[in-house]
Design a protein around this ligand. Structure first.
Ligand SMILES: [Zn+2]
Length: 265
């Protein structure tokens, strides 16, 4: 496995990029086959948040994603939540990670942990902290860790009009439907059931204005998604393992090659 990762790293030039490209910010291509021009970094600490795994340098994004992260953290602080923990965003020029998620390539995807930080964590703590599980897979329900703080954060995250969708494990969607379906559900449809999101949720933003080569995703079905669609997910056998899987190299738009060339260094 270790050997495989080394081979993948050598053949994946995107994972070797340490600085953003010049040029105006543009998300290029799709969420799972794209790259990012003019990326900006989110500072490791700020009001209401801390960046996780800083040694991986996946704290880059399109400027609208940076603004979204800062805004969400500020709103969370205002609501009295502890610091939110920001996981993978994108690499300095976007592109595919060696393993793990297939998306996060165009600077418009960010993972937020359901675990909070109740104090300022050191760099080493932020590199090594473990996620907190929100789902009891034996019952296919949320566990007691999923409480009012997680619900508040997820609602804040989903209500933002910049958000295209948010991936959460099916029992988490179920818990949010139970809480809000009858009263306040305009944003519930943005929460999309997907396996592998039981300790974090994954926010995806719409293609930004000015990113003419950004490929939007097929829109989610209308409605809150709390009925049959959710049921069909709850009936599927849960995929529990989140071991990193090596990613196949996607075919990227031609413009992405330019970002790797010398003049864009
Ligand atoms: Zn993700």
């Amino acid at each position: 496995m270790y050997q495989w990762i080394l081979v993948a790293a050598m053949s994946n030039p995107w994972a070797l990029q340490s600085t953003p490209s010049s040029g105006t910010a543009e998300a290029i291509g799709g969420y799972a086959a794209g790259c990012l021009q003019g990326a900006v970094a989110v500072p490791e600490y700020g009001t209401g948040y801390q960046i996780l795994r800083p040694k991986q340098k996946r704290f880059y994004g399109h400027p609208i994603m940076r603004q979204y992260v800062l805004d969400l953290a500020r709103q969370a602080r205002k609501m009295g939540l502890p610091d939110i923990l920001v996981g993978d965003m994108a690499m300095a020029k976007g592109g595919p990670f060696n393993s793990g998620h297939r998306s996060h390539q165009s600077g418009l995807d960010t993972d937020f942990w359901f675990r909070f930080a109740t104090k300022k964590l050191s760099t080493s703590e932020r590199n090594n902290i473990q996620p907190l599980e929100m789902v009891d897979f034996s019952k296919n329900k949320v566990n007691k860790n999923f409480s009012s703080q997680q619900i508040t954060l997820l609602k804040l995250a989903a209500q933002d009009p910049r958000v295209e969708r948010i991936f959460v494990n099916p029992p988490i969607k179920e818990a949010m439907c139970e809480q809000f379906r009858d009263t306040d559900h305009a944003w519930l449809g943005k929460l999309r059931p997907w396996f592998g999101h039981s300790a974090h949720f994954h926010v995806r933003l719409h293609c930004p204005v000015g990113s003419k080569d950004c490929e939007p995703q097929k829109p989610s079905p209308a409605g809150d998604g709390c009925g049959e669609e959710l049921q069909s997910w709850l009936n599927k056998p849960a995929v529990v393992s989140s071991k990193p899987v090596p990613n196949p190299m996607p075919v990227l738009p031609e413009r992405c090659d330019m970002l790797l060339s010398k003049k864009h260094k």
